[in-house]
Design a binder for this molecule. Structure first.
Ligand code: ACO
Length: 318
C-alpha cells in the first residue's frame, strides 16, 4: 500500500522564554495556579518583527536537514496557522520562497489548534492519490499577538513556535494509517478571535470560555481518537505513543485516562511550550523524535481540538 511516511521532524522556538512568574506583577495570578491548573511552567514569545513565516522557515529547514532531503525535491508545502504574517499571501508561499523554491505548490490550512491534524490528513490524501511524492507539513503560530494581556483566563496559556514534518510516499506498512476529522460551527462562541478583515478591520483578541471548552475537549478528543484507531483496524492497546495537542496537562491526562493509556506513553511538552495551537503537535513530535523515543513500527496517535470547534486524530506507524 502507498502511504505517507514521516522522514524527518524539525522545530523552531523563539529565543525569549517567559516563566510563569513574569505574569505575577501584571495580572492577578500566580505560578502555582498556572502550574496546577494547566501544567504550564514557561512559554516562548516571538520577538518584535519575528513573524510566523520566519519561525515556519526555520522549523522546515530543520526538518529537511534531519531528513537529509533537499528543499527543491519537495512537491507541496502546507502550513497550519491561524496567525499568518499577512491576510495574504499564505505563510506557505513565504516558506516556499524562504527555502529558495519556485516549483511545487503551497497553501495554508486554518483549523486553529486542530490545524496540524487537518493539514496532515490533507497531505496524506494528496500522497495516497499520487498528487505529490514529498510534502512539508508545518504548524506555525504567533498567538502572543492575539492575547488580551488583561484577561488572566487566556494570556497565561499560549506560546509561540513552529514544528514541521517531511512526508514522503512509500510502499509498505509504515506511514499514516487512518485519519478522522470533525467540525461543528455551532460552537463558535466557545473560542474565537473578536476581529477580522471583513468585520472590524482589526486582527482582534482571543476570547475563550475555558471551562466549557475543557469538557468538550476531553469528550471529543477521546471519541475522535477511538474512531481513528478503529479505522486503522487497531485497538487502544496497540498504541505505543500518544502525541496530543498540548493545551493543558489536565485535558491530556483526562483524555489518556479515558483511553486507558498510561502517562508513560504520552509525549508532554506543554510545561515548556504552553499552548502553541497548530504548532504544538509537530513541536512535540520533533522533541520526542530527537530524544529517540519512537522506534520503527511504533503506533503513534495524534489528536487535537480547537476553535470552530474543529477536532480530529491521525494514527500512523512510525
Ligand atoms: N490565575 C488565577 N486565577 C485564574 C486564572 C489565572 N491565570 N485564570 C482564571 N482564574 C480563575 C477564574 O477567574 C475563576 O475564578 P472564580 O471562581 O473566582 O470565577 C477560577 O480561576 C476558576 O476558573 P475556571 O475557568 O473554572 O478554571 P479551570 O479549572 O477550568 O481552568 C483553564 C481554566 C486553565 C482555562 C481551563 O479551563 C482550560 O485549560 N480549558 C481549556 C481551554 C484551552 O486549553 N483552550 C486552548 C485552545 S482549545 C484547546 O486547545 C483545547
Amino acid at each position: 500500500t502507498r502511504r505517507a511516511v514521516i522522514r524527518g521532524t524539525g522545530r523552531y522556538l523563539p529565543e525569549r522564554i517567559v516563566e510563569n512568574a513574569w505574569f505575577e506583577d501584571k495580572i492577578d495570578t500566580s505560578d502555582e495556579w498556572i502550574r496546577a491548573r494547566t501544567g504550564i511552567e514557561r512559554r516562548h514569545f516571538a520577538a518584535e518583527g519575528e513573524a510566523t513565516s520566519h519561525m515556519a522557515i526555520k522549523a522546515a529547514q530543520n526538518a529537511l536537514d534531519r531528513a537529509g532531503i533537499a528543499a527543491d525535491t519537495i512537491d507541496a508545502i502546507i502550513v497550519a496557522t491561524s496567525t499568518p504574517d499577512l491576510t495574504f499571501p499564505s505563510v506557505a508561499t513565504m516558506v516556499q520562497s524562504g527555502l529558495g523554491m519556485t516549483r511545487g505548490f503551497a497553501f495554508d490550512v486554518q483549523a486553529v489548534c486542530a490545524g496540524f491534524v487537518f493539514a496532515l490528513a490533507n497531505a496524506d490524501g494528496m500522497i495516497r492519490s499520487g498528487q505529490a511524492e514529498r510534502i512539508l507539513v508545518i504548524g506555525a503560530e504567533t498567538f502572543s499577538k492575539l492575547m488580551d494581556w488583561e484577561d488572566r483566563g487566556t494570556c497565561v496559556l499560549f506560546g509561540d513556535g513552529a514544528g514541521a514534518v517531511v512526508l514522503e510516499a512509500a510502499e509498505g506498512e509504515r506511514g499514516v494509517l487512518a485519519t478522522d476529522l470533525n467540525s461543528d460551527g455551532s460552537y463558535r462562541d466557545i473560542l474565537y478571535v473578536d476581529g477580522g478583515v471583513a468585520t472590524t478591520g482589526t486582527s482582534g483578541k482571543l476570547r475563550m470560555q475555558g471551562n466549557v471548552l475543557f469538557r468538550h475537549a476531553v469528550e471529543k478528543l477521546a471519541e475522535t481518537a477511538h474512531r481513528a484507531i478503529d479505522k486503522a483496524g487497531l485497538t487502544t492497546a496497540d498504541v505505543d505513543w500518544l502525541v496530543p495537542h498540548q493545551a493543558n496537562a489536565r485535558i491530556i491526562a483526562a483524555t489518556a485516562q479515558r483511553m486507558h493509556l498510561p502517562m508513560e506513553k504520552v509525549v508532554l511538552t506543554v510545561a515548556d511550550h504552553g499552548n502553541t495551537s497548530a504548532a504544538s503537535i509537530p513541536l512535540a513530535l520533533s522533541v520526542a523524535d530527537e530524544a529517540g523515543s519512537f522506534r520503527e513500527g511504533d503506533i503513534v496517535l495524534t489528536e487535537a481540538i480547537g476553535g470552530g470547534l474543529s477536532w480530529g486524530a491521525v494514527v500512523l506507524r512510525w
